[in-house]
Design a protein around this ligand. Structure first.
Ligand code: CU
Length: 224
């Protein structure tokens, strides 16, 4: 009963806070007033599958929570790869922001499955995240038909080759528009059939589109 009335009181405070119109810049994290952090929980980035010896596409993120699951800002999170020879995190230490979230970039090493631990001094509950790696493919195939590139996010190992194959009844092309320069050569416009290849050695993400149908966009990512 006591807990219930306390919770109602808290709700009243929250409603008042919303009623104030916000923008107060008081450093709060929303409708709750954070106490001491008791645990770190995974926010995002867990179980990514990528390629040996490359940084993962998305950061690892955890949220610090107090006993009432209210996000806690200002918590210093220590990131560590568990085991040896399995990549690295950067930075190894980061602080939770106004939303209670801290992040780091994880490079997976030469292991197929990597474990990263996120912990904070004085916080009993830590978080464990995993990443999975495989050998990057030397070749990738992309279909061009029905106003789309399929897949629209091809990945090749450095020095590898992407082959586009035309289909359908519309004219399309591969026109590079972003990435490490100099950009690879773009293709001619073909209709219904034809192929085109790019062999790329410089690491990075290259974006391209069809200049006939600019809404057709896709990318090639070159990894280690
Ligand atoms: Cu097109």
């Amino acid at each position: 009963m006591r807990g219930f009335s306390v919770r109602l009181a808290g709700l009243g405070v929250a409603l008042l806070a919303v009623g104030c119109g916000g923008g107060g810049g008081n450093g709060g994290t929303g409708p709750c007033s954070p106490g001491a952090a008791v645990q770190l929980v995974t926010k995002s980035g867990d179980e990514q599958s990528w390629y040996f010896d490359n940084p993962l596409p998305a950061p690892l993120r955890v949220t610090a929570l107090d006993a009432a699951s209210c996000p806690v800002p200002g918590v210093v999170v220590n990131w560590a790869v568990v085991g040896s020879g399995a990549g690295a995190v950067s930075p190894a230490q980061s602080t939770t922001d106004a939303s209670g979230v801290a992040s780091t970039t994880d490079s997976i090493g030469a292991v197929m499955r990597q474990t990263v631990n996120a912990s904070a001094t004085g916080v009993p509950g830590s978080a464990t995240l995993h990443a999975n790696a495989a050998t990057a493919p030397a070749t990738a195939g992309v279909g061009i038909a029905d106003f789309s590139f399929t897949p629209d996010d091809a990945v090749i190992k450095t020095g590898g080759t992407v082959t586009w194959t035309w289909g359908g009844a519309q004219p399309h092309n591969v026109t590079y528009d972003g990435g490490p320069t100099p950009l690879p050569a773009s293709s001619a416009t073909h209709t219904g059939s034809g192929t085109f290849q790019s062999t790329i050695t410089t690491l990075g993400r290259y974006t391209y589109h069809c200049s006939v149908h600019p809404q057709m966009t896709a990318s090639v990512t070159v990894v280690h």
